[in-house]
Design a protein around this ligand. Structure first.
Ligand code: GLA
Length: 381
């Protein structure tokens, strides 16, 4: 029996409904989702677990078992609160309620083995697990895409981060051994098989959690919007950076160095993702890896969301034997690098990168060797 189920039985003396929703990696396409571009995420075998059951009243009782914290409110009084983890659950409940769905009171226990602040979308996994669980428990009949939108809206309105849809989509739509090629404008997606036989995706955690990450993230988003406004003055059909060419960026943003850099990165990254999909389909991991390095340089110098620790990890990795590609992953300002490493040299890579980083940062990096897995589902508890 799952530990969360066990705890639920002990605490509430009832049998819960149990849901898991995964974290994600993103192979390529960073900061493109909120610019209506392309992304290449995949769900990983690290999960947020939610055990839930109805209550006879309208109370909402939330427990984070890993933190030993409890929070209580009523359905009527749901609003953003100070404590971080509650917002990802309350924000989702709020979406159901304002969408006209009939929720009743519930008890919920949350547990997760996705490292927090590592850029693996631990918060999206909590929102998605909660959304999936509420949907199932109260028979709301909401489809997966709408659940992803509820989870994204929770992040916007209750956690204050104007994130794109990538993380929530990956957590709900993941498929074992496949990456998702998602068009964040049309929401069309396809599963691309990961033919990277002979290679392994290895995450190296810088251990850095930048307190400015959320505000810098929102700032990047608004810089992109400003860039679009300027370009649209001359080219009205440009509705997002998805529609813009490099030439238009250079022409319309010649006077503004910062906006130019931000927009140039996004336009280039969209092209890279499209080309990289071909690499994946051919199993040409060397070409894919080169694009990862180009992405890192773009995030470092143009989008400016990297940090010294991430740059050190990438610069070190690409000089090690058997490394095809390396880059910072996720929103930036800390978290993990994603490394594409020849499988036979994985152990050696881990040893060498750990040693180098320990010398540099005076702390040993956590290493995650992940498997690509399915999206959110109910478990037999
Ligand atoms: C965070 C956001 C995503 C996406 C990435 C950057 O993970 O939640 O929507 O924008 O950053 O690619």
């Amino acid at each position: 029996m799952h530990a969360v189920t066990e705890l639920f039985r002990q605490t509430f003396n009832e049998e819960p409904l149990l849901v898991q929703s995964p974290g994600r990696i993103n192979l390529l396409g960073e900061h493109t989702d909120y610019n209506e571009g392309f992304v290449l995420p995949a769900a990983i075998d690290k999960f947020a677990y939610v055990a839930i059951q109805k209550r006879p009243d309208d109370r909402v009782v939330l427990i984070a078992s890993d933190l030993n914290e409890k929070f209580e409110t009523t359905l009527r009084d749901i609003q953003p609160v100070k404590s971080g983890w509650c917002n990802y659950i309350l924000g989702v409940a709020y979406q159901f309620i304002s969408g006209g769905y009939q929720l009743g009171g519930f008890n919920l226990i949350l547990s997760s083995n996705i490292p927090v602040g590592a850029g693996l979308s631990s918060s999206a996994a909590v929102s998605c697990a909660s959304a999936y669980a509420m949907n199932t428990l109260f028979h709301c009949g909401v489809d997966r895409l709408t659940l992803a939108r509820f989870a994204q809206a929770a992040e916007h309105t209750f956690a204050g981060v104007q994130c794109g849809i990538m993380d929530q989509f990956a957590s709900l739509f993941g498929k074992a051994n496949h990456v998702i090629r998602l068009d964040c404008r049309s929401m069309d997606y396809e599963y691309v098989p990961l033919l990277s036989s002979g290679y392994e995706w290895i995450l190296v955690d810088s251990g850095v959690k930048h307190s400015l990450a959320a505000s810098e993230y929102n700032q990047r988003r608004s810089e992109c919007m400003k860039g679009v406004d300027r370009i649209a003055q001359k080219y009205p059909y440009v509705k997002s950076l998805r529609d813009a060419s490099l030439q238009q960026v250079n022409e319309c943003l010649a006077e503004d160095e910062i906006l130019n850099r931000r927009c140039r990165y996004v336009v280039e990254e969209n092209v890279r993702v499209t080309e990289a999909c071909q690499d994946l389909l051919k199993g040409d991991m060397l070409s894919f890896g080169k694009k990862m390095i180009q992405t890192h340089r773009g995030l470092q110098h143009l989008y400016e969301v990297s940090c010294a620790e991430l740059d050190f990890l990438v610069d070190t990795a690409i000089n090690l034997h058997g490394v095809a590609g390396s880059r910072m992953m996720g929103g930036g300002f800390g978290g993990c690098t994603l490394n594409l490493v020849e499988a036979g040299l994985a152990e050696q890579f881990i040893h060498q990168i750990s040693e180098a980083y320990s010398r540099f940062a005076k702390k040993e990096p956590a290493i995650y060797r992940v498997k690509i897995t399915d999206g959110a589902k109910q478990l037999v508890s």
